[in-house]
Each structure stands twice: as structure tokens, then as C-alpha cells.
Design a protein around this ligand. Structure first.
Ligand SMILES: *[C@@H]1O[C@H](CO)[C@@H](O)[C@H](O)[C@H]1NC(C)=O
Length: 963
């Protein structure tokens, strides 16, 4: 929930009513003045002022050393003479890692720990060519060559002879070396950034002059000379560089005891016009060019009433950018946890189609190119180049570094009912009963901050929730779960044992002078546990044991909100950058990874409380690269507006592209009251997004589905039932994501990488490679325009079973109950068609297979099953992974992973074949059992063939022949 919601809870409704339409749209806009622009963030401003083309960095090729795991070479800043160490690694699987740090830093710089799952295996680099100013390196495994250019420093990655990516080609590299504080400076090392920049420009202009005069020269010596001269106009330089040693934002001062330490680097991507990723932003799927505007910002923030289509930072950050063209895909993973800005420019941006055509006709058309520039406030340069060449490879490459999506417990893929707040136990019982009374499936009820005693997490408000264990038992009887909120701010209260222990053990984040940092949050004055400290995480994890967290039970799971961290009275509603963490690191260094550690410690706590056997479920609002290993994320405090409904698609798609598959948006919108139609459409949208939770602000009206008129309740019930029927499909997709990093919810272009028409599409998406979903997201919609891609592809409407040919834009008329979903011809989807109260009630139900035939009469699909809640799938191979194939009029079931074995009563109760002719007979063949004849029904109008009761066990091999 939003940080400042309470403080600002004016009666906006009255206000809005008074000034209607115009005001309404601004009443829910973010207050931008609370958050920095690039210009207000001194390092971003400094870096952005640098123009391309004058890099002062030079690689000293004579210093090059080739080790077994890395190549090292010194980089010198020709103006300051400061030497940096570049470490270059070829990694197995088409990846390259570049690290740059100071050779002799005044103090170590932060290197992000715990995000990589292991040290990535390396592959040897060798020198395969050399001239005066460059070295050619060959990667032992993989078709890549790397050209390292000395002056100015530059790296080019080539596959065969074509350039894939260049580093520092525009000369925008920045590495602010550490300097002594101002009052103890020595002139020599105190060259300010502004003066360096002047010198560089000087240097280049003189060099040009020289080169024309003398043919060649030795500008380096001159640069050295120049750099050795004392600064003439220090005063002026200081004015050029406000904020370098101390920075103000509104009333907050950032003391910057270590001075300016920012880093930056540019990457040029020839042939690339489409870039994606770097969540979290409320933005289109395809990233925009940022020249002339604000760069995309990555800085985990609790943004009150965020605005759509803008590059402002939100709750989470994953510093991974993907680039796609019809020829290849690649990724850039910038491993840095400090405040980061990303600028995107393109040589085709702003050109009209006509302009591009002219270029083309004149034969001089530049190849498209995108340039990406990363700027971070501290840390080192540590970047992974993920070289694809396909998007599948990029998914595997990135998740091989940071891990894949944790396999969620089955229940968490069902429906979650939340609001701020369910008042008391009676309210919880009523809501729970409401689902049964109205024949609506539901798995989880959620309790927000009001359930705890005075926002002291791990406790219960004893007047509202006197018997939490009885309540949990009641829910367990319904085979439902409870989620409680546990936020990472701890009420400063000497009577509160959690606070007392953290304080006495010194586990809180500290101020720069070493006292406990205190900020203002829900409970009032609060301490912030230092989750970067492994001791803190162990302590926290232990808090989830059943004896520590009184009133918790095995069907209680956890929600970590506010883990950016949110600090109501802090700069930009977060923590002071000069606060101190374990090891003496500043909050500046670790900010974007704080939420990741909260998520990690909580997930580990839930695993531990079960003795290591049960899979956790933890939802977190802030996240970083690797958060996928710990659970689910959502898009934070959205609003009950149609625009927010729409943006949930690109926001979750962007997260999925960078590993975070378990994503959802608050159904109905957190702020404001949704009109019934919007709420209904949101239930329909959410049914086809990975994390399916309704949630609402305290000031909104109650909106459990049964409070709506029947014309809305009916479609909501249908949407929920569609979700539950598809649970085996969802579960299988999550297993795939867990296995090889392929997102559950995918942009259209991932499936159709050569179809340019899909590259910017984000009003529809794919689930796996099988379902195309185009939810209705407009009020009063009569129809939707669905793009059905694929030359020679066929698509079956999952409602009518009508077949459509791709590629085409189909106008599909819709009613309230329509959710346009199409199954791709060539796929097989498993379903549980007997929808019950919760997923736990359905987990042993028989399966129906939907076989959608391709024009060639083929199809394939898979089904993953296990007990739905333990790690036995991993530790004991207790799972079934089945593969279904249809070809030559035969459907076969075989094992996709022979290691798996799992006792289950599940059988196949029906097979529905879409696009089938009428057979004369249908025979079932199971190993060791005589052939049996199956009854069937063929609908000639829809070409749907239904095979009744094959009654084969899901774990056996069988085949069904259509004769
Ligand atoms: C590496 O790249 C080559 C050529 O582009 C490709 O054939 C190969 O499949 C890639 N390997 C991996 C593991 O991505």
C-alpha cells in the first residue's frame, strides 16, 4: 500500500466532485516534485552533460595479461592519470562479462553479492591478432571474437564478421575515482569532473590540430603535462559541480562522505531498433528513446499514485535490457544495486517512415542502431553481455546467472482475495463463506497491516483477531490459506520484543554516525532491519518458526510490502543514502537490493519452519535481479482506471522477460472505486495473468464479487472458473519457467521473432507457446481487434472453437462474458474441468486434454504434476512430466523426464480434438492391455472431436488411434 496514503487521505472524492472531470484526472496523478529528475540527481546530471566522442579512457595494451579465467588490462584516464583495472571474461553459453574497478581504490567499492547463483563458468580467451592499437581475442567456446581497442578504449564483439555490440563506442564511459574529501585534498587528485571534461575537449581539439599539422603526434604526453598543471580556476569548477560532495533534495541533505563515485558506460547495438526490459516502469512494453526527455530510472521507490507511460522509477528494479531484431536477440545485464539511470537513443528515432524510405531509395540508409547508456551512482562496472542469438538463449543465459522462477506451491496459482483490511475474524469467515455461497473458487484470504497489534508485525490485534489459530484451522478445513503482511520496518517500542532484540543485537541499519537509523512508517517511528547482514536474515528467517510467530500455522503465508524500503519522512519516501549497512557500506551502494534481501530472508524463513520440506509463498513489492528465486511480485499501488488495467500487460510482460514470471496487478485497482464493468474486466484480465489477487485501499468500498449485480457477477464467476480449469496448464508453464527460464506470460514477439507487426504489441500476449490472450480493456467494448500472427498458423477460439487463419487482424465481437483467448493450432493443453472450492480440492481431479491441430494435423504439449507443495519433486524426483504428441492420426502420451515418479490417482477423462474430421473408429492402446474401442462424438459444424472416457492413468504410456 502507498506510503503516504494516510497522510494525504483528504477527501479527494468531495474535491473531485466539486471540480469534476478536469480535476479528477489530476487528483490521481503522482506528485512529481517528490521524486528526482535526472537533473536533480547530481551524478546523472554530470554524466548526461558529457557528449559522445571524447573518451579519455585508453587501454594500455602492454599491460594485458591472459589468465585461465580472465583477461586483465589497465585503463588509464588520460586526463586524471587514474588507472582502472578491466577484467574481461568469456563465459560458457555465449556470454561475456566485463568488470571495471579502480586499480588502487582509496577504499573498496561495492560489488553486488548474492544475486548470481554461482560463479559463472568461464571459457578461455586467447589473443588471435594484434596491431598497434588493438588486440583481437578469440573465445574458446562460441563463435565470438572480441576486438579490444587501446585508444580510445573500446570493445567490439563480433560474430563471424559482423558487429554484434560495441562497448564505449560513443566514449561515454565514466568512472569517478575516489578522492580525498575536499578539506584534505591534494590538488593533483582533486580535478573536478567539470574540469576533466573541459580538459578532454581541449585535448581532442588540440590533437586534431596536431594531427593535421604533423600527421601523427603523441598527444598523450601532452595530456599528461596538462593534467599535471595545477587547477587554475578551482572556484569555477566547484560551481560547475554542485552536488558532487553534498547534495540536497527538498529538505533532505545527502552528506556524501566519500564524494562522487559514479560509473557509466555506453553500448551500441547495430541492427537493433527494439529494446525491452529494465523494469519496473509504468510503460509500454517496447522502451522509448529517452533523448530530450528523462532517462529510465531504476531506484526502488514507493510512488504514491504512479502515473502511466513514463520513465519514473517504481518499486522494483531489474537492470537487464533486451534487444530484439528479426536477426537476433541479446541482453545487457548491468549488475549494480545503486541508483541507476538508463538512456536510450536511436539513429532511426524521429525519422518518419517517409524519411526512412528516402534513405533507402538513396541507397544511403543507415542501418538502424540503438545506443544504451547506463549510469549508476556508485559501485563498480560489472556487466554481462548475453549474446543470444535467440531470445530462448537469452532467457537461458540470464537465468543461468541469476536463477529461475521458484516453482510456486499450486495454491498460489489460484485466486487470492485481499483488501486493506478484513476487519476481524468474523469478517474473514464471512468472506470465506461468501465464495462458497456464490460458487466462486478461492484459495487465499489476505490480511493487511491492520491485523497486527499496532503494526507490530508477527503479532495479532487481540480484539479483532483473538483466535488466529482457530481461524487458520477453519480455513484449512475449507482447504484455503491465509496470507499476513510482514513489513520490514519495526516499531520503535521497548515493549516490542522484535524491536528490543534487533536493537540490542545491533541489527538495524545505522545512520552515518553509527546510531540506529529511525524513519517514519506505518507504526510511527520505526527501525529498519539491515537485511544485507546475513545474521539479520538468519534472525528474521527464524521469526517464522511456529513458536516464534505465535498464531501462525502451516497454511499461513507471507506478504512483504514496503520493502523498497519505504520511509515516509525520508528523501523520495525512502532511506537516506548515507545510512550505513553491514560492512560499512552506504545505503547508496545497496539501495536497489534491499527489497531482494527482505524477500530472500522471508522465503527462507517459510522453508525453515517446515524443516526444509515445504515450498514457500512470499509476495514482495520491491525486487531486484534474482528476486524470481523467492516468489511473486506485483505492480504495487495501481488505481481503478482503465489505463491501469491496460498497463498491467506490459508491466508484467517486462518483468517476465527478465526472469520474474510470477507477476500480477491488483485486481480492480488499489486506489479508487472501480465501476462494475471495470472490476469485471479486471477479473477477466487477471484470470490470464500469473499472480491473481484482488486488493483494495482502505478508503474504497467493499468489492467482493458477490456485491456486484448478477450481470457482472456471472462473468466474474466464469473468469474464475476458467482460471481454475487451466491450473494444470499454469502449473506446467511455471515448471518450464523453473526449468529453463522461459517466461510464463510472453510478449507476442517471443513466439514470432520475425514478425515485425508483433514487436510493439502489448494489448495481447501469449501464455507459454499455446494460448494467445487479448483481454477486453475498454469500457463499453463491442469488439476487439486481435492480431493472430503466423504464416500458415491456425488459431482456435477457446469459447466457440472456431478456427481462424494467421496472419490476420480479426475483429471479434465481444459481450460482457467474453475473454478473447485462442489456442494455437499445434498445441495440447491440460485442464481440470471440475472446478471446485479451491485448487487443493482439485489437485487429484482427472485431466481433460485439448488438442488443437495444426494445418498439418499435428500437435504437442506437456503436463507437469507433483504434490503441489513440497520440495520432493526436487529431492526425491516425485513428479510426473508427461509429453503428448499428435501426429499421423495418433495421440501418444510418453514421459518427458523418466526420472520422475509420482503416486497420483489422476487419470485422463476426456480428449477434445479441435480441427478434427470424423473418424470411423477410435482405438486406445495401452502397454500390456488389449486395445479398447473408445466412444466419441464429432461435431461436424465446429470440427470438434470429443473422445469420452479413455480412462487411462496419467502416468502410463498410451496411444489413441483415429481410424
Ligand atoms: C551460441 O551461439 C551460437 C551461434 O550464434 C549458437 O549456435 C549456439 O546455440 C549458442 N549457444 C548457446 C548456449 O546459447
Amino acid at each position: 500500500m502507498a506510503a503516504v496514503a494516510v497522510r494525504r487521505r483528504r477527501s479527494w472524492a468531495r474535491f473531485a466532485l466539486a471540480c469534476l472531470g478536469l480535476c479528477l484526472s489530476t487528483a490521481f496523478a503522482v506528485d512529481r516534485s517528490n521524486f528526482k529528475t535526472c537533473d536533480q540527481s547530481s551524478f546523472c546530471k554530470r554524466q548526461r552533460a558529457i557528449q559522445p566522442g571524447f573518451s579519455p579512457y585508453r587501454a594500455l595494451l602492454d599491460s594485458l595479461e591472459l589468465g585461465p579465467d580472465a583477461l586483465t588490462v589497465h585503463l588509464v584516464n588520460e586526463v586524471t592519470k587514474v588507472v582502472l583495472l578491466l577484467e574481461l571474461q568469456g563465459l560458457k553459453g555465449n556470454m561475456t562479462r566485463i568488470r571495471i574497478d579502480e586499480l588502487k581504490p582509496l577504499r573498496p567499492r561495492y560489488r553486488v553479492p548474492d544475486v548470481l547463483v554461482a560463479d559463472p563458468p568461464t571459457t578461455r580467451l586467447s589473443v588471435s591478432g594484434r596491431d598497434e592499437n588493438s588486440v583481437e581475442l578469440t573465445v574458446a567456446e562460441g563463435p565470438y571474437k572480441i576486438i579490444l581497442t587501446g585508444r580510445p578504449f573500446r570493445l567490439d564483439l563480433l560474430e563471424d564478421r559482423s558487429l554484434v555490440l560495441s562497448v564505449n563506442a560513443r566514449g561515454l564511459m565514466v568512472f569517478e575515482h575516489q578522492r580525498l574529501p575536499r578539506n584534505s585534498f591534494s590538488e593533483k587528485v582533486s580535478l573536478t569532473f567539470g574540469s576533466i571534461w573541459d580538459k578532454i575537449k581541449n585535448l581532442f581539439s588540440r590533437e586534431e590540430r596536431k594531427e593535421t599539422a604533423e600527421g601523427n603526434g603523441s598527444p598523450n604526453e601532452e595530456a599528461a603535462e596538462k593534467a599535471d598543471q595545477p587547477e587554475e580556476n578551482r572556484e569555477k569548477d566547484d560551481k560547475d559541480e554542485p552536488g558532487a560532495w553534498e547534495e540536497m533534495f527538498k529538505t533532505h541533505s545527502d552528506s556524501k562522505p566519500f564524494g562522487p563515485t559514479s560509473v557509466g558506460l555506453d553500448f551500441s547495438l547495430p541492427g537493433m531498433e527494439y529494446v525491452y526490459g529494465i523494469p519496473e516502469h509504468a510503460e509500454d512494453l517496447r522502451l522509448k528513446v529517452t533523448e530530450g526527455g528523462e532517462p529510465y530510472r531504476l531506484y526502488n521507490l514507493d510512488v504514491f499514485q504512479y502515473e502511466l507511460y513514463n520513465p519514473m522509477a517504481l518499486y522494483g528494479s531489474v537492470p537487464v535490457l533486451l534487444a530484439h531484431s528479426i536477426h537476433r536477440d541479446l541482453g545487457i545485464f548491468w549488475l549494480n544495486a545503486a541508483e541507476t539511470w538508463v538512456d536510450i537513443s536511436s539513429n532511426t528515432a524521429g525519422k518518419t517512415l517517409f524519411g526512412k524510405m528516402l534513405d533507402y531509395l538513396q541507397g544511403g540508409g543507415e542501418t538502424p542502431q540503438t545506443d544504451v547508456r547506463w549510469m549508476s551512482e556508485s559501485g563498480i562496472i560489472d556487466v554481462f553481455l548475453l549474446l543470444g542469438p535467440t531470445i530462448s538463449d537469452v532467457f537461458r543465459q540470464y537465468t543461468s546467472l541469476t536463477g529461475t522462477q521458484a516453482l510456486p506451491p499450486l495454491f498460489s496459482l489460484g485466486y487470492h482475495q485481499s483488501r486493506w483490511n478484513y476487519r476481524d475474524e468474523a469478517d474473514v469467515f464471512e468472506v470465506d463463506q461468501g465464495f462458497d455461497n456464490h460458487d466462486l473458487p478461492c484459495d487465499v484470504i489476505w490480511l493487511d497491516i491492520e491485523h497486527a497489534d499496532g503494526k507490530r508485525y508477527f503479532t495479532w490485534d487481540s480484539s479483532r483477531f483473538p483466535q488466529p489459530l482457530a481461524m487458520l484451522e477453519h480455513l484449512a478445513g475449507k482447504r484455503r490459506k491465509l496470507v499476513t503482511i510482514v513489513d520490514p520496518h519495526i516499531k520503535v517500542d521497548s515493549e516490542y520484543p522484535v524491536h528490543e532484540e534487533l536493537r540490542s543485537q545491533g541489527l538495524y541499519v545505522k545512520t552515518r554516525d553509527g546510531s540506529d537509523y529511525e524513519g517514519w512508517c506505518w507504526p510511527g517511528s520505526a527501525g529498519y532491519p539491515d537485511f544485507t547482514n546475513i545474521k539479520m536474515r538468519a534472525w528474521w528467517a527464524n521469526m517464522f518458526s511456529f513458536d516464534k510467530y505465535e498464531g501462525s500455522a502451516s497454511n499461513l503465508f507471507i506478504w512483504n510490502d514496503m520493502n523498497e524500503p519505504s520511509v515516509f519522512n525520508g528523501p523520495e519516501v525512502t532511506m537516506l543514502k548515507d545510512a550505513r549497512h553491514d560492512g560499512g557500506w552506504e545505503h547508496r551502494d545497496i539501495h536497489n537490493i534491499y527489497g531482494f534481501y527482505v524477500h530472500m530472508a522471508t522465503a527462507e524463513g517459510l522453508i525453515q519452519r517446515s524443516g526444509g520440506t515445504e515450498r514457500p509463498f512470499v509476495l514482495a513489492r520491491a525486487f531486484f535481479a534474482g528476486s524470481q528465486r523467492y516468489g511473486a511480485v506485483w505492480t504495487g499501488d495501481n488505481a481503478a482506471e482503465w489505463g491501469h488495467l491496460k498497463i498491467s500487460i506490459p508491466m508484467c510482460l517486462s518483468m517476465g522477460l527478465v526472469g520474474l514470471s510470477f507477476c500480477g496487478a491488483d485486481i480492480g485497482g488499489f486506489f479508487k472505486n472501480p465501476e462494475p464493468e471495470l472490476l469485471m474486466r479486471w477479473y477477466q484480465m487477471g484470470a490470464y495473468q500469473p499472480f491473481y489477487r484482488a486488493h483494495a485501499h482502505m478508503d474504497t468500498g467493499r468489492r467482493e464479487p458477490w456485491l456486484l449485480a448478477p450481470e457482472y457477477l456471472g462473468p466474474i464467476r466464469d473468469a474464475l472458473r476458467q482460471r481454475y480449469a487451466l491450473l494444470p496448464f499454469w502449473y506446467t508453464l511455471f515448471y518450464r519457467a523453473h526449468l529453463d527460464g522461459h517466461p510464463v506470460m510472453r510478449p507476442m514477439w517471443v513466439q514470432y521473432p520475425k514478425d515485425v507487426a508483433t514487436f510493439s504489441l502489448d494489448d495481447q500476449f501469449m501464455l507459454g507457446d499455446s494460448l494467445l490472450v487479448h483481454p477486453v480493456a475498454e469500457p463499453g467494448a463491442r469488439g476487439v481487434q486481435v492480431y493472430l500472427p503466423g504464416e500458415g498458423e491456425v488459431w482456435y477460439d477457446t469459447q466457440s472453437h472456431q478456427k481462424h487463419h494467421g496472419p490476420q487482424t480479426l475483429y471479434l465481437p465481444v459481450t460482457f462474458s467474453s475473454i478473447p483467448v485462442f489456442q494455437r493450432g499445434g498445441t495440447i493443453i491440460p485442464r481440470w474441468e471440475r472446478v471446485r472450492r479451491s485448487s487443493d480440492c482439485m489437485k487429484d481431479d482427472p485431466i481433460t486434454l485439448y488438442v488443437a491441430l495444426s494445418p498439418q494435423g499435428t500437435a504437442e504439449g506437456e503436463l507437469y504434476l507433483d504434490d503441489g507443495h513440497t520440495f520432493n519433486y526436487e529431492t526425491q524426483n516425485e513428479f510426473l512430466f508427461r509429453k503428448f504428441t499428435f501426429s499421423g492420426n495418433t495421440l501418444t502420451s510418453s514421459s518427458a523426464d523418466p526420472r520422475g515418479h509420482f503416486e497420483t490417482p489422476i487419470w485422463i477423462e476426456r480428449v477434445v480434438i479441435l480441427g478434427a474430421g470424423k473418424p470411423a473408429s477410435v482405438l486406445l492402446e495401452t502397454e500390456g492391455i488389449p486395445e479398447t474401442i473408445l466412444t466419441f462424438h464429432h461435431n461436424a459444424e465446429t470440427s470438434v472431436l470429443t473422445l469420452r472416457k479413455p480412462e487411462v492413468h496419467v502416468s502410463t504410456d498410451w496411444s489413441i488411434h483415429l481410424r
